[in-house]
Design a protein. Structure first.
Length: 186
């Protein structure tokens, strides 16, 4: 009976994760500090390079100098670089790719077995993040977990009742985490 309950629970969690992923899949990735980008101009090796988005959100590229990449989609950055480089390279064919995602970080702190900072390259919900942090330790207050999210100038706080989610009662609390979220386990 317990095995059936756990299997059903895992199916529900997977479906919830898939639904959240599918909902966000339509949105474009936003570049952030630490990301590695490959930028190349077709048929010009001197204008082909990998760049790291610096903490201030900028990258440096030949002929045009520094460009702000943070907060832009790949398409927006490509368009801006094409516009700035076009006086030097007529009929430019430019390619911009995210080679490595390093800027999507979440933090899990408090009474977990391995607290820390976790880089994400897939959509992760609260249960998955807690698993990445080694699970709850025996002293954790399982019904008092909080997720802190910075949006603009305000901090949003989401409640998370571990046992309620695991029992299938509060599945809406198992939100998909976003860049910079902090999961606090008291």
């Amino acid at each position: 009976m317990l095995l059936k309950k756990v299997s059903l629970f895992m199916i529900i969690i997977l479906l919830a994760s898939w639904a959240a992923w599918a909902a966000e899949e339509g949105s474009d990735y936003i570049i952030g500090p630490g990301d590695i980008l490959d930028i190349s101009v077709w048929k010009d090796e001197s204008l082909t390079k990998s760049v790291v988005v610096l903490p201030d959100g900028k990258i440096a590229f030949p002929l045009i100098g520094q460009v702000t990449a943070r907060g832009k989609t790949v398409a927006q950055l490509k368009e801006e670089i094409e516009e700035k480089i076009s006086p030097y390279v007529p009929d430019v064919t430019l390619s911009v790719e995210v080679k490595q995602v390093n800027s999507v970080l979440v933090y899990v702190i408090g009474r977990v077995n391995s607290p820390g900072r976790f880089a994400l390259n897939v959509h992760v919900n609260v249960l998955q993040a807690l698993s990445m942090a080694g699970g709850l330790n025996p002293f954790a207050k399982r019904s008092s977990i909080k997720i802190f999210r910075q949006e603009g100038n305000q901090t949003l706080i989401f409640d998370f009742d571990y046992d309620g989610v695991v029992d299938g009662k509060h599945l809406r609390q198992n939100i998909t985490l976003k860049r910079g979220d902090v999961v606090v386990v008291p």
